[in-house]
Structures are given as structure tokens and as C-alpha cells.
Design a protein around this ligand. Sequence first.
Ligand code: IPE
Ligand code: IPE
Ligand code: MG
Length: 263
Amino acid sequence: MERPPVPSALELQVKARPLPRHVGIIMDGNGRWAESRGLPRLDGHREGSVSVREVTRAARRLGIPAITLYAFSSQNWARPAEEVAGLMELLREYLESERSEILDNSIRLNAIGEVDKLPRYVREPLERLIADSSHNTGMVLSLALSYGGREEILRAARGLAEAAARGELDPAQLEETDLESRLWTQGLPPVDLVVRTSGEQRVSNFLLWQLAYAELCFTDALWPDFRTDEFLRCLSQYQGRERRFGLTSAQVQREDPPQRAKA
Ligand code: IPE
Ligand code: IPE
Ligand code: MG
């Protein structure tokens, strides 16, 4: 095991304040990073996996309970076949190269999305590492693969409709928790912060239900340039925000909200 780096002043400052329970990251800008250097887009994706490692390590060191990385969307299947194949191969390499890092650091790997659409050479090592890390309690690392928020909500709605048709539930009694329990993120902590890199300010079908009250951090850094310090800056921004959940600032500061909305 490598010796952990000496924490920067910013890291110590961030660690001393309340951290998000769950951070979602839209890792965008790999293609532009490569194209601006005259390199094939895949080189950007490869460099992006270094950021994945750094950000995962930083999150684990800080004690963030869960992170979810948007690695491949349902819509990304429509990219040129060569890029899709390259991304799948990188994913396979990632699962191999990060296996010991994940197991040695008590990280539990999880996947959200239509995982059965992935090629077998990705699905098998993915499922193996998910199973082998299933007892780890240090942090949950979820990879959003073939993931779409609308697809996720539609699937949950279909499940509820089917249960209603079988007479197992009464539509009039449905609660938010009934739908939530059918989302792929079921069991994970509420998403407190979503980060998007590369200057784009949109959510691109990521965690649509879950980000209802999440704080958003948009940064111009392209994903391969998004390393520990960039991540710490987003966390520090988050720590400076006041989350009101529909209440007034005075109510939040008194900390006696009548019914504090659950995040
Ligand atoms: C994000 O980088 C990775 C995936 C979507 C798989 P992009 O490939 O979208 O990079 P840009 O947005 O074209 O620069
Ligand atoms: C979102 O990035 C998906 C991932 C980061 C995996 P995209 O590059 O696919 O999003 P758009 O097309 O710019 O909205
Ligand atoms: Mg993009």
C-alpha cells in the first residue's frame, strides 16, 4: 500500500466540517480534453480514470459514506461504435486495475443502471467485484453504467403498476418511499451534492429523482483535470451553502423546523 499523501490545508478544513453523505459526479469533458491536445477521444477517457482513482481516494480519506460516478449513460450507447467499444474496454481494465485498491480500502462496489446491457467481459468482472466487496463498510462506490434517470423512474413506476395490477398495493396509499424503494439507489444515503465538470450546466438524465434537493456544483475543469484539489473546492463550496428545504433561513438557523424535509 502506498503511504497516504500529507493532507493539504484545504483537505483538513473540509474534513473538519459536515460532509455530504452522498456525492454524485457527472464526469464530463474527456473528449474535449483529448481533442484540444490533438489526441483520440479515448485518450481522454483513459486520463479520466486517473481522476476517478484520485477522487475515490480523497472521498474515502475524508470519510464520505457514498459516491456515485456517472460513467456511461443510457444515451451514450448511441455514440460511434468505436468509442463505445473503447469505453467498455477501459471499464474492463478499470475493474481489473482497481480491484485490490477497492478491496484493501474497505470500499463496497455497486452498480446502478441497466447492467445486463453491458458486454459479458465487463459484466462478469463487475459482478465479481461487487460480490467480493459486498461486506466492505468503508464507503460505497457506485458506478452508473448504462444509467438513465428517466429509465430508472419508469422502471420503478412499472414495478408499482404491476404490483397494483396484482392487487398487492393500493394506488391511493402510495408514498414516496414506495417509489424510492424501487430505484437502483435504494439503500444508499440521500444525494447531498452533485458535481458536474467541463462547464456544462445540465444534469443529462443523472439521478433525476434523487437530486430534488441536492446542492449542485458546476466547475469548468474537464474531467481529466479534475483532481483532489478541484474536488475539495466543490466540497468546500457545498459546506458554505445553507440548505433550506423550502423553509426560511430563520427557521433553518433556529433548527426547529416543524417537519424538516428529509433530504
Ligand atoms: C464524459 O466525457 C465521459 C462519457 C460521457 C462517457 P465525454 O466523452 O462526454 O467528453 P466531451 O463532453 O465530449 O468532452
Ligand atoms: C453525461 O455526459 C454522461 C456521463 C458523464 C457518463 P454526456 O457528455 O453524455 O452528456 P451531454 O450529451 O453533454 O448532455
Ligand atoms: Mg460530454
